[in-house]
Design a protein around this ligand. Structure first.
Ligand SMILES: [Zn+2]
Length: 249
């Protein structure tokens, strides 16, 4: 799933390239969609709660990306937390300005944690994507958006969530990557299998889904998602895209 082309310095040969003035060749928005439901308070990897491990993974991912990428000007980040409802934790922010020391624990974001509705979070992310893809700079610089979804459990409205994700798949400027943040001892449970099935279905293509088992795994999923390529392209022809409200060429 990993394609390192967007993550300079992930490839050893990049160390030999001298510093050159940066020319922005594209702009990619990564939107993290983080599950803040109550089950995230369970203790997991490293004797920390799943939610604390997510916080760790997000901070490490942002720090790595900000400091290691030689094309960091090409990226922006937003963060959405969800339970039953959805909150924009961090609005669209240039990667260079993102606070990688902030609190990204999704259970501290003030969402209603008594359930999980991923479809609502996808809709909120779509609104951010529309704003991003319709900004004036997008007419002369290729813009695209990654939805990077992590959840530890079952969606309460799976049919609605799947329907929303099917609509998103019609837009080639939006790519949905998804991960079940799993506990290895529970991977054979029927609820876990069902959660995995829903999360893999919302990914834009099957290669964009990954089961993750701990903080380091999740961090790698975030990094891979920013550089992943679709294995197949579905597009809306050349007309006005109803998903992102822009014209596709
Ligand atoms: Zn579109």
């Amino acid at each position: 799933m990993t394609d390192d082309q967007n993550v300079p310095n992930a490839m050893p040969h990049n160390e030999e390239i001298p510093d050159v003035p940066e020319v922005q060749t594209f702009h990619q928005l990564g939107i993290l969609l983080l599950d803040g439901s109550n089950s995230m308070n369970a203790i997991g990897d490293g004797n920390r709660s799943h939610a604390e491990n997510v916080n760790f993974a997000v901070r490490e991912f942002l720090g790595y990306f900000k400091n290691k990428s030689s094309i960091k000007e090409n990226f922006s980040i937003a963060v959405i937390c969800f339970g039953i409802d959805t909150k924009v934790h961090t609005d669209i922010t240039k990667l260079t300005l993102i606070d990688d020391f902030a609190d990204y624990n999704p259970t501290s974001a003030g969402v209603d944690g008594n359930g999980t509705f991923i479809g609502g979070a996808l809709k909120a992310a779509q609104n951010l994507a529309i704003t991003f893809l319709n900004n004036p700079n997008a007419s002369n610089l290729p813009h695209d958006v990654r939805f990077i979804v992590m959840s530890d459990g079952l969606d309460q409205s799976p049919e609605e969530t799947k329907q929303i994700s099917e609509e998103l798949k019609q837009c080639s400027k939006i790519m949905v990557c998804s991960s079940l943040f799993a506990v290895s001892g529970n991977i054979s449970d029927s609820d876990t299998k069902e959660a995995k099935s829903i999360l893999s279905e919302i990914a834009s293509t099957p290669n964009l889904y990954k089961t993750t088992y701990g903080e380091a795994d999740l961090r790698q999923f975030f990094i891979s998602s920013m550089s992943a390529k679709r294995h197949s392209e579905k597009q809306n022809g050349n007309g006005l895209c109803p998903v992102c409200n822009t014209f596709h060429s």
